[in-house]
Design a protein around this ligand. Structure first.
Ligand SMILES: Cc1cc2nc3c(=O)[nH]c(=O)nc-3n(C[C@H](O)[C@H](O)[C@H](O)COP(=O)(O)OP(=O)(O)OC[C@H]3O[C@@H](n4cnc5c(N)ncnc54)[C@H](O)[C@@H]3O)c2cc1C
Length: 384
């Protein structure tokens, strides 16, 4: 690797998705940061394919706490600057009669996080989501969370890129890192547009994060990318669907979300294991999405207007991986954001940046049990 011609910084971040950008923008306040993105534009992979709805219907206690901390900040940003990154939009979590226990557990979560919500039954559900089939075998009981947020992923990515630049950091696109070496404590990544080196290397490569570790000779985590499919179709004729809630079955099934006034998005909540790749929607997943939507909310999908798929990448315990590798000083992980990378991005980027700067984590996170140990890559270290 040509060390003489290498561009040097204090930290190199591999990956220009929401994870890499949001953490790099914070870090750039304190050190010289360069983000390397393989594609021609940021957000080409998972971050450009997200449905980006922030709610409490997924993840465990840690993920939900990270969501709550991030939502608080998103709401503050909106009220202080009028920034359009988030807008309040209701979420309707529906349960059939035999899913009462799951809905009760989700109600406890809404209580714990002091969400504004109502419990709806049968006809009350129909009044907020008119096309749902109602009854014990269909939507029978529901939680209507009136404080959940719809996120604007493009605005979020743009904002992080602007903050990165304003804080003195830089972004290099079309820069796939193809080899990594460590020479006397400096990590160096070789790309087709040159070599970049720094004492801190941050692996925010999403579905490719284990591949990046392998390139660097660092033990991998066992990350699993899982494909998720979304279809888009016209809503009922002459009906403004824009105020319909984000509607999700309390367990596996489907979710549905308005897109503008006349379109709906739906997903069968598939999670098919995949190798890291440019994911595409498969026919079976599209058909499953259409079938679940047609059998449950009684919508007539005449034509799928558009479809896509993306990879949600999970660690074996489905928690994010944040912190320094126990086997490789200066090599940091910011990976495993699963299906909640946007809704937790404010909290997670704060913690990731503090790990790299060797600063204590905020008291609110520690009090909620979100400790460096809980998210550290050390939890996967092989026992001798
Ligand atoms: C269909 C779908 C729906 C979703 N819905 C939601 C939702 O409602 N709410 C929510 O919060 N989250 C949601 N998510 C999850 C969210 O999108 C992800 O958690 C998040 O985007 C992950 O961000 P990331 O930066 O880790 O990954 P990515 O966005 O994939 O970024 C990783 C980047 O690393 C780059 N890279 C990889 N290897 C290299 C290399 N060697 N050199 C340089 N660059 C490299 C890639 O090109 C890529 O741009 C959804 C995801 C999908 C697919």
């Amino acid at each position: 690797m040509g060390l003489d011609t290498m561009t040097r910084a204090d930290a190199i971040v591999i990956g220009g998705g929401i994870a890499g950008l949001s953490m790099a923008a914070r870090l750039a306040n304190e050190m010289r940061v360069i983000v390397l993105e393989a594609e021609g534009a940021c957000g080409y992979h998972a971050s450009g394919r997200s449905v980006a709805f922030a709610h409490f219907g997924l993840g465990d206690r840690i993920v939900r706490t990270l969501t709550a901390l991030s939502l608080f900040e998103f709401r503050e940003m909106e009220s202080v600057s009028g920034d359009p990154i988030a807008s309040v939009h209701p979420a309707l979590h529906i349960a059939y009669s035999d899913q009462r226990a799951e809905l009760d557990a989700l109600q406890e979560v809404h209580d714990r996080f002091e969400c504004a919500y109502e419990i709806l039954q049968d006809a009350e559900i129909e009044s907020v989501m008119p096309t749902l089939k109602i009854g014990p075998e269909h939507a029978h009981r529901a939680i209507l969370d009136t404080g959940s947020l719809r996120l604007d992923t493009d605005a979020m990515l743009q904002r992080q890129m602007a903050d990165l630049k304003a804080n003195g950091g830089s972004l290099v696109t079309n820069a796939p890192v193809r080899s990594i070496a460590n020479d006397a404590g400096v990590w160096a990544g070789e790309t087709p547009v040159g070599a970049f080196g720094a004492p801190h290397l941050i692996n925010a490569a999403g579905a490719w994060a284990d591949e990046v570790a392998r390139m660097a000779g660092v033990p991998t985590i066992g990350l699993q990318p899982r494909r998720r499919t979304v279809i888009s179709f016209d809503g009922p004729p002459e009906t403004d669907v824009s105020r319909w809630p984000f509607t999700k079955t309390v367990t596996d099934g489907f979710y549905l979300l308005p897109e503008g006034t006349g379109r709906l998005l739906a997903s069968p909540m598939d999670q098919t294991p995949s190798a890291p790749c440019d994911a595409a929607a498969e026919e079976l997943a599209k058909a499953t999405a259409a079938d679940r939507v047609e059998t449950a909310p009684s919508l007539d999908i005449r034509r799928i207007a558009h479809s896509w798929a993306g990879l949600r990448t999970f660690a074996p315990d489905e928690l994010p991986v944040i912190g320094e590798s126990p086997d490789a000083p200066g090599f940091y992980w910011d990976a495993g954001q699963g299906g909640y990378g946007f809704q937790t991005s404010d909290g997670l980027s704060r913690l990731a940046a503090r790990s790299i700067l060797a600063k204590a984590w905020p008291g609110a996170a520690l009090a909620a049990g979100i400790t460096p140990e809980a998210l550290s890559p050390s939890r996967f270290a092989r026992k001798p």
